[in-house]
Ligand binder design. Structure first.
Ligand SMILES: Nc1ncnc2c1ncn2[C@@H]1O[C@H](COP(=O)(O)OP(=O)(O)OP(=O)(O)O)[C@@H](O)[C@H]1O
Ligand SMILES: [Mg+2]
Length: 477
C-alpha cells in the first residue's frame, strides 16, 4: 500500500488523493506544520510527501529539502497556487519530484499515483510501518527502534549470500527472522530447511544432515538424502547450533569451507549450493573460551550476526504484537475479540517476559479461552503474570477532581517563575503530567485517541497515567 503524507492548506490535495485512489492501495496521513511533517517522516516510512507552499507553516524550500536528507527514498511534490519559473527550478534542484500548480488536475494526480505504485511494486520488501512482511502471510511485528534495526539488517542481508548467525533469548523470533531472510533473498524459490541441532541424538545428526548410503548400518536398506541436499538451491537453518558436538563441528566446518558434503558410508563428495543461517541462545564466546566450540566454526558461521532484543527491552511493541495475535486467534478460534482492556495492557507492560514473544502468544491464547466478552481483561490473564516479582496488584487510580487540575496548573506556574525551583527532573515530570491531562481533556479522556494524537504509544500513556495517578474518565465531557 502506498503511504502518503500531505501538508495541505485547504484539504484539496487529500481530497484529490482520496478521490483518485481507494483506501486499499493508498493511505493518506496529514501533518499540520513543517515540524510535524519532519517528525512523521522520521518515525514512519512514507513513499511520497505533498507540501502545499501556500500553507503558512509549510516551511521554506530549504527546510522541505531536509526531508529528503532524512529519508532519501521519499518522493516529494510541491504544490502552489502562485507558481513561478524560478521557484519551480529551485524545487527541482532541491530534489522535488514535481512542482504542481493549483488547481490540481485529477489526470495529473492519477499519473503520479501510478508512477509511485510502479515503484512500490519493485521495492524489495513490503515494509509497513510496524511490520515486515514476507512469504504471503508471514510477518515480523514491531515498531520499536530495536526491531526496526533488525528489519533494516534483514533487508541488507537478504541481498547477499553470506552466513548469518541469529542470536537471542528463547522465543524472540529467531526462526521467523531466518525465514524472512530466506524469503526475501534471491533463493526464495528454493527450499527453506530447518534443522534443530539440539533435538537430534548425537549418533544420528551426521546422517540427518548429510544423508547415508544404502547398507551403511542395520536398517539402511536404501540410500537417504540429508537435510543439506534437501536444501540445495535454498537455505538451511541450523537451529541451536551451540548444541553441536565437537566431532560434528569439524564436519560442519568442512561443509562451510568447501560447500561439499559426504553422505555417511559414502566416499564421494557431493557439492551443495546452500545458504547457511544458524541460531542460538547460548553464549558462544564463553563456550569458545571453554574449548566447547571451535573458533574457526564460530567465525565461519558468524560472518553477520543479528541480535534479537528481548521483549522486556522493547515493551513499546507489546501493543502491536498483542493486536496481531488477537487477529490471528480470532481467525483460529472464530471469535471477535476487539482489543485488550487498558488494565490488561498495563499488566502486560509490567511483566518481564522470560519466554518472550512465544510466551506472549501463549498468554493471549490463554486469555481467548477464559475471556467471555469481546475485550481481554486482566482477569483472563494467567495469574502468575499479575503477581510476578514485587509488582503491586493492579488497582484503579484514585479519581482526581477538576480542582486538583486547577491546583496543578497554579503550581506549575509558580514553579516556573521561581528560579530556585528550576530543577529539570521535577519540572519535566510536572510538564509531562500537565501535558497528559491537557491531551486527555482535548481528546475527551479517550486513551486510544490521546495516544495516537500525541504520538505516544498506548503502553507509555498507560504507564504515565498510573505513575501520575491520573484517571482518564475524569476528562470525559
Ligand atoms: N516479531 C514478531 N512478530 C510476530 N510474531 C513473532 C515475532 N517474533 C516471534 N514471533 C512468534 O513467536 C513464536 C516464537 O518465535 P520463534 O520460534 O521464531 O522464536 P525462537 O527465537 O526461534 O525461539 P526458540 O529459541 O525457543 O527456538 C513464533 O510463533 C513466532 O511466529
Ligand atoms: Mg527456534
Amino acid at each position: 500500500m502506498l503511504q502518503i503524507l500531505a501538508l495541505d492548506l485547504d484539504g484539496s490535495i487529500v481530497d484529490l488523493l482520496e478521490r483518485e485512489w481507494d483506501d486499499c492501495t493508498c493511505s493518506v496521513s496529514t501533518a499540520s506544520n513543517h515540524y510535524e511533517l519532519v517528525m512523521k517522516c522520521q518515525e514512519s516510512r512514507f513513499d511520497a510527501v505533498f507540501v502545499d507552499l501556500d500553507h503558512p507553516r509549510s516551511g521554506s524550500l530549504e527546510e522541505i529539502e531536509q526531508i529528503r536528507v532524512l529519508s532519501p527514498s521519499i518522493r516529494f511534490f510541491v504544490v502552489t497556487s502562485l507558481p513561478t519559473w524560478e521557484q519551480a527550478v529551485q524545487c527541482i534542484k532541491n530534489g522535488a519530484e514535481d512542482y504542481l500548480a493549483k488547481p490540481l488536475l485529477p489526470e495529473k494526480m492519477q499519473s503520479i499515483l501510478h508512477c509511485l505504485q510502479r515503484r512500490l511494486a519493485v521495492r524489495p520488501l513490503i515494509e509497513h510501518q510496524h511490520s515486515l512482511e514476507f512469504d504471503k502471510s508471514k510477518r515480523i511485528i514491531g515498531r520499536s527502534q530495536a526491531i526496526q534495526k533488525v528489519y533494516d539488517l534483514i533487508q541488507k542481508l537478504a541481498r547477499v549470500d553470506t552466513s548469518v548467525l541469529i542470536r537471542g533469548e528463547s522465543g524472540t523470533g529467531k526462526e521467523l527472522v531466518a525465514q524472512a531472510l530466506h524469503y526475501n533473498s534471491a533463493r526464495k524459490q528454493g527450499p527453506f530447511v530447518a534443522v534443530n541441532c539440539g533435538a537430534i541424538p548425537e549418533n544420528l545428526i551426521e546422517s540427518e544432515l548429510f544423508g547415508y548410503e544404502k547398507g551403511t548400518f542395520t536398517g539402511a536398506d536404501r540410500k537417504r538424502l540429508g537435510k543439506f541436499q534437501f536444501a540445495n538451491g535454498g537455505s538451511i537453518f541450523l537451529d541451536e547450533i551451540g548444541d553441536v558436538s565437537p566431532q560434528m563441528q569439524v564436519k560442519l566446518l568442512r561443509v562451510l569451507q568447501e560447500r561439499k558434503i559426504t553422505p555417511v558410508g559414502g566416499n564421494q563428495e557431493i557439492p551443495v549450493d546452500v545458504r547457511i543461517i544458524s541460531a542460538t541462545n547460548r553464549p558462544l564466546e564463553k563456550m569458545m573460551q571453554e574449548g566447547k566450540l571451535r573458533s574457526d566454526l564460530y567465525y565461519r558461521l558468524n560472518v553477520m550476526p543479528i541480535n534479537l532484543p528481548a521483549l522486556r527491552d522493547r515493551r513499546e511493541d507489546l501493543e502491536c504484537l498483542a493486536g496481531f495475535m488477537i487477529e490471528k486467534f480470532n481467525k483460529l478460534h472464530e471469535r471477535s475479540i476487539k482489543s485488550l482492556a487498558p488494565e490488561a495492557l498495563l499488566a502486560l507492560s509490567r511483566y518481564d517476559w522470560p519466554g518472550n514473544i512465544r510466551e506472549l502468544e501463549n498468554v493471549i491464547e490463554h486469555a481467548f479461552i477464559i475471556e467471555g466478552s469481546n475485550e481481554i481483561h486482566t482477569d483472563s490473564l494467567p495469574p502468575h503474570m499479575l503477581t510476578q516479582g514485587d509488582h503491586t496488584p493492579i488497582e484503579k487510580p484514585a479519581e482526581p477532581t477538576p480542582e486538583d487540575f486547577a491546583e496543578d496548573l497554579k503550581n506549575l506556574d509558580q514553579v516556573l517563575t521561581d528560579p530556585q525551583s528550576l530543577k529539570y527532573p521535577e519540572l519535566k515530570e510536572q510538564f509531562e503530567k500537565e501535558f497528559i491531562k491537557r491531551a486527555l481533556k482535548a481528546y475527551n479522556g479517550r486513551i486510544n485517541q490521546t495516544a495516537e494524537q500525541t504520538q505516544m504509544t498506548k503502553v507509555t500513556l498507560l504507564r504515565k497515567l498510573e505513575k501520575y495517578n491520573i484517571n482518564p474518565k475524569e476528562y470525559q465531557h
